[in-house]
Design a protein around this ligand. Structure first.
Ligand code: SF4
Length: 669
């Protein structure tokens, strides 16, 4: 029995699992980056056991995107703890789900504000000799008077802290005994994130999690804590770790690019601009420089107004023209002067708002963030300036198009970085996209579920490519494919490249579906959840349904349709992002960076991933059976098929409509 066996929590390894875990363990020992592409059922979550087997005194941090992924790792860690009772693990979820203090505005900013004011009060009282804030009569009086809609101090924080007198009489803030007790409770297996607020009662649940995290060997946290530089740095400081001492595990790593781009992009919307004008007016008398900035707003509005008459709904805008227009007749000589002025104003407002108990992000701060990024885009080609509009509104965006530099920084700053996903194929392309030429260990696994339980087909006679969208024969063929597919037994899903194409085909086929309940993906997330629950409840009642959804939408990723919850999926079309000038510019950027492969990486690869994610909902356990259909002939083209994992390439059966009909007539669950 080696180190890995000691930490592996199951009786036996799944096919290829040990080989994968050995790769992870080797990198955990030596340091560096490893990327694992392993289909559902490979036992990827056990990567944490491999990291633990070689961690020494380092901490393991696991970043997940959803609560269900967090639960998966907590389950895995609970099993490991049965073998290794000394193991301590905890989790960190966002304050927005946890903070019991009421009030308006952004929860992080509110917390920062009330904590600042609460700390001043507690310190003042501690200097008078009152070392336990929760017992101090003056503080108790203030707590009793809290306006819960506009709290200025936080009673939960007060209960979470005490003061200690160090040698020489200096005061030191420390976690209170009740907080320590709660944190010990959080470190026991079985506590779920949703129980935390209740478990903590009068103690701040976030502070409790942070304290537990300091003591834990493994911390499971959400993406937000990792990918936002400021949040990560603050967090690591609070829990007392250096990135160079952390073994990082990133789950669902195919999402990293999109998340990093979102975090680094800034939008400026019309209402926010109006609000900024209003805020500046109010500050005219109190802050120097406000008037000059206020004069810029009508120019920005005029610029946006001008873009509204454009025929394109999304397009690039020239930052040079934008700069010339807003500088003309202003007191500023350059964008950097405006950024500097805005920065000073934002800082002043932020401080005075916090003092007044106002914790919302101001529109001036947003404007400042936008201008800052805009200025940066002049010298950094990984930012693109775009506008997007519909009939009523328009926004400007400085969009990050390349997650590579940040990803390299993140991977390189941690002792080791393990990235896992069920759809990280081809892993060589993802390596290039995220890490360029950095040394990365790559590992791709075959599908370990029984081949006989799945049928993978690809239609050679239909497409949603723009040139053939109006072709009547092609359209009718798509309708017929969907018609044949809907006759299959069990719950089914049909995915489309866009809502527009979904509506087009749903209008033609839904009336012909009589034996299944039809669900069309609603745009509203709450309605989508209700409909999905109804769909998933059908098999238990011996009924079945069919969902019509969009690839990359609410019903295509991150859902676990186990057993008979989903028996087949058909992806119509290759879900490429709409082709327009910004897309062309992104392609040019990546062609310049990676040559020929650049276009595949930034344009085709995300589409293949979306399709794979949608089809991947069907078979979640070794017992599940299902049909997976690529309803698009472009999947058979060399430049596309090479993006699919080897096991799909080996099993895929090319067909036309007649062959599809014939094969599906024999398919049994
Ligand atoms: S200290 Fe805790 S309870 Fe208080 S505002 Fe912050 S997160 Fe909320």
């Amino acid at each position: 029995m080696d180190h890995l066996d000691e930490w592996f929590p199951y009786d036996s390894y799944r096919p290829n699992q040990r080989q994968m875990l050995e790769v992870v363990a080797a990198r955990a020992k030596k340091g560096g980056i490893v990327m694992i592409d392993a289909p559902t059922g490979s036992g990827k979550s056990s990567a944490v056991a491999a990291l633990l087997s070689e961690r020494g005194s380092r901490k393991v941090i696991i970043a997940v995107r959803t609560i269900s992924q967090l639960t998966t790792f907590i389950r895995e860690l609970s099993l490991i703890k049965k073998k290794k009772p000394a193991l301590k693990f905890s989790f960190l979820v966002g304050k927005s789900n946890l903070c019991p203090l009421g009030g308006e505005g952004d929860v992080y900013r509110r917390c920062e504000g009330v904590k600042g004011l609460t700390t001043s009060l507690m310190r003042e009282r501690a200097e008078q000799g009152s070392l336990v804030p929760a017992l101090d009569p003056v503080i108790k009086k203030q707590v009793a008077r809290i306006d819960h809609d506009h709290p200025m101090i936080c009673p939960y924080f007060i209960n979470s802290r005490i003061y200690l007198k160090a040698e020489g009489g200096a005061l030191k803030m420390a976690p209170s005994p009740p907080l320590r007790l709660k944190a010990d409770r959080v470190l026991l297996p079985g506590v779920q994130p949703q129980q935390l607020t209740e478990l903590c009662g009068e103690i701040c649940p976030y502070e409790t999690m942070l304290y537990a995290a300091q003591k834990a060997d493994v911390i499971v946290l959400n993406y937000y804590h990792l990918f936002d530089d400021m949040v990560r740095e603050q967090l690591y400081q609070s829990i007392g770790v250096e990135a160079s001492d952390v073994l990082l595990l990133i789950d669902e790593a195919h999402n990293c690019g999109e998340v990093l781009q979102d975090v680094q992009s800034v939008r400026l919307e019309e209402p926010s601009l109006e609000q900024a004008a209003h805020e500046l007016l109010l500050l005219k008398r109190t802050i120097k420089g406000v008037e000059a900035v206020h004069h810029l707003i009508p120019r920005i509005k005029d610029y946006m107004q001008g873009l509204k008459s454009s025929l394109e709904t999304e397009d690039w805008f020239d930052p040079g023209i934008f700069e010339r227009i807003i500088l003309k007749g202003s007191l500023y000589g350059s964008l950097s002067e405006i950024v500097e002025e805005l920065m000073t104003i934002s800082e002043r407002i932020r401080e005075s708002n916090i003092r007044a108990g106002e914790f919302k992000e101001t529109a001036i701060e947003r404007l400042n963030a936008f201008m800052f990024r805009l200025e940066q885009s002049a010298s950094d080609t990984s930012y693109l300036t775009v506008y997007k509009k519909d009939e009523d509104s328009i926004f400007l965006e400085v969009r990050n198009i390349d997650p590579g530099p940040k990803m390299r920084e993140l991977g390189g700053s941690h002792y080791s970085c393990t990235m896992i996903s069920g759809t990280l194929s081809p892993v060589t392309s993802y390596r290039k996209y995220y890490f360029g030429d950095t040394d990365v260990t790559l590992c791709s696994l075959p599908n370990s579920f029984p081949k006989k339980n799945r049928r993978i087909l690809c239609a050679r006679d239909i497409t949603t490519s723009f040139s053939q969208r109006q072709d009547k024969g092609n359209t009718q063929n798509i309708v017929d494919y969907i018609g044949v597919f809907t006759k299959l037994p069990g719950n089914l899903a049909v995915y489309f490249p866009s809502y527009q194409i979904l509506d087009q085909y749903a209008a033609r086929v839904v009336s012909g579906i009589s034996k299944k309940k039809v669900f069309i993906e609603p745009k509203d997330a709450k309605d989508a959840n209700i409909a999905l629950n109804e769909f998933m409840a059908l098999p238990a009642m011996n009924k079945s349904g069919i969902i019509f959804a969009v690839c990359g939408g609410k019903w295509s990723e991150g859902l676990d349709y186990r057993g008979d919850l989903l028996s087949g999926a058909l992806v119509i079309g290759l879900p490429l992002a709409p082709f327009n000038r910004p897309r062309r510019m992104v392609i040019d950027y990546f062609r310049h960076k990676f040559g020929e492969e650049g276009e595949f990486i930034c344009y085709t690869l995300p589409a293949i991933n979306r399709a794979q994610q949608a089809l991947g909902r069907v078979i979640r356990t070794p017992e599940d059976r299902g049909v997976l259909v690529f309803g698009e002939k472009r999947f058979l083209e060399q430049k596309v098929i090479r993006g699919l994992p080897a096991w799909i390439r080996e099993e895929i059966i090319e067909c036309d409509l007649n062959e599809f009909r014939e094969m599906m007539s024999h398919w049994r669950l």
